[in-house]
Design a protein. Structure first.
Length: 475
């Protein structure tokens, strides 16, 4: 019997309230939704944190004192739990995500009012774990499960999908085998695994039937994807994208986050061949210095990276790129850092995330003796961010006067205004009727904000006027 087939007391005690607080990456957002979907089957409805009977913190461990932040948040949560206890109501506190995986028992030791600690590979066991925690007290489950959690996690109802909007994430791969020397992911998320093609196609079908128009395939190292195809042989991400592009009513595809060495021919061909695949790619380089890239175990040089960018631009000339950067990696000199500044201009990034190196216990770089002084890190981060901002402004300014297809997602702040996304993921604000939510229209960009665009409908007949708007789909 699968773990989540055990009847639990929660399933029998009617509607209880659940709040999942998500930190960190898109994978955590997806996981939080799947946890809520699985617990919905057990009778839980989502609520604000103050009213919750079950509070789950889905934590992130990637950078900067992550565990400490969770412990300080737990201080506040304890007050919630105590206040509820005063009213005679029991609140169950669960810690999920990568801090749960990394800290395990330590969480219960430092915060004894926590009831359940569950690692990212075990979310499908939540209903059973919850029942055990309620019955027997503290439970910690951070084993890497042998069974496929996706087989057991519930799919969202069409109503839940609709409430989450027209753009959805689908996890296609998890974990990472790259072992960059700064990164905890291979330890917290485990070895690289890919979901079978058929499961992903079925999920895409279900989502689009509920009104989703854009799917972002996600994974810690998404382009290492190698899930089993219908013939049992592994599919690359490029092959998967080709198959997904056939999904009726699916208008847009994206994927994140990619490793430069896994940009294979089939993926580059997908960018050339598939109009549905958006011309935007997050391709982290981390550093522009070959010496630092080697110390990071990135497995590529600056030249290799630039060659990948050139191939993608040749396949799809309107591609825009974003990146992640780490400054102050152990041993980084001023010259190394300048090489990073130079690559920003060479690629002409449309934007980037940048971080000060943060030693993660258990990773090789944390033990390096040549740690960079905090003052230097702060100074380099400011210089890097100024360079990125300059590029970002150049990109945004260049959008004025262009026309983009915009996927309308929701109502804007002003009366009569909708907010959509450009192919490059920028929010675009346009005066347009609510009935256009879920449709794609051609928009002329007339102005810019700090990282957003303003536009007008290029012509009154939008691209897929024949399709019902999301607001009209379903019940
Ligand atoms: N210190 C700083 N930044 C880090 N990242 C990952 N690990 C660390 C670390 N130890 C950054 C990388 C990665 C992004 C998700 O987080 O840039 O691409
Ligand atoms: Fe971490 Fe990405 Fe490197 Fe994997 S490829 S170890 S997830 S930075």
């Amino acid at each position: 019997m699968a773990a989540n087939e055990h009847p639990s007391p929660t399933a029998m005690s009617g509607r209880r309230k659940l709040h999942v607080k998500s930190y960190g990456c898109q994978m955590n957002v997806y996981d939080s939704h799947r946890m809520a979907d699985t617990l919905a089957r057990e009778g839980f409805i989502e609520s604000p944190a103050e009213d919750a009977d079950l509070l789950i913190l889905n934590t992130c461990h990637i950078r900067e004192k992550a565990a400490e932040k969770v412990y300080s948040e737990l201080g506040r949560i304890r007050q919630l739990k105590d206040a509820a206890a005063h009213e005679g109501r029991r609140v169950i506190i669960a810690i999920a995500g990568c801090v749960a995986q990394a800290e395990g028992e330590e969480i219960i030791r430092r915060a004894p009012f926590v009831d359940l600690v569950v690692g990212p590979q075990n979310y499908h066991r939540l209903p059973a774990l919850l029942a055990r925690a309620e019955r027997d007290g503290k439970i910690v489950d951070t084993e890497f499960a042998v069974e496929d959690k996706f087989e057991h996690l519930a799919a969202p109802t069409p109503e839940a999908t609709r409430a989450r909007g027209v753009s959805a994430f689908v996890t296609v791969q998890e974990g990472c085998d790259k072992f960059c020397t700064f990164c905890v992911v291979p330890y917290t998320r485990g070895a690289e695994t890919s979901r079978p093609v058929a499961k992903i196609l079925a999920e895409a079908e279900r989502l689009t039937q509920a009104g989703v128009r854009e799917i972002t395939l996600i994974g810690q190292n998404v382009n290492a994807y190698h899930g089993a195809g219908p013939d049992g042989r592994p599919h690359t991400l490029g092959m998967l994208l080709h198959a997904l592009a056939e999904t009726p009513d699916l208008a847009r595809l994206r994927y994140a986050t990619s490793h430069p060495t896994d940009m294979d021919d089939s993926l580059i061909a997908a960018h050339r061949d598939l109009a549905k695949l958006m011309p935007q790619l997050h391709l982290p380089v981390q550093s522009g210095s070959d010496r630092i890239l080697a110390a990071m175990n990135r497995r590529h040089t600056r030249t290799d990276y630039l060659a990948v960018i050139a191939r993608l631009r040749a396949a799809r000339p309107d591609m825009a790129f974003t990146s992640d950067f780490i400054v102050g990696f152990p041993g980084e000199t001023e010259d190394d850092f300048r090489a990073t500044l130079r690559i920003i201009d060479e690629v002409g990034y449309a934007g980037a995330f940048s971080f000060k190196y943060s030693p993660r216990p258990g990773t090789p770089a944390a033990d390096d003796e040549n740690q960079v002084d905090e003052v230097v890190k702060v100074e380099r981060l400011a210089r890097l961010q100024a360079a990125v901002e300059h590029r970002q402004t150049t990109f945004i300014s260049g959008c004025v006067g262009r026309t983009f297809d915009v996927l309308f997602e929701k109502v804007g702040r002003l009366q009569g205004q909708l907010v959509g996304r450009s192919p490059y993921l920028h929010p675009v604000q346009v005066m347009a009727p609510t009935s256009m939510i879920g449709t794609i229209a051609t928009v002329t960009i007339t102005g810019i904000g700090s990282n957003s665009l303003f536009g007008t409908l290029a012509h009154s007949l939008h691209l897929d006027a024949a399709r019902p708007a999301l607001a009209d789909v379903g019940a």
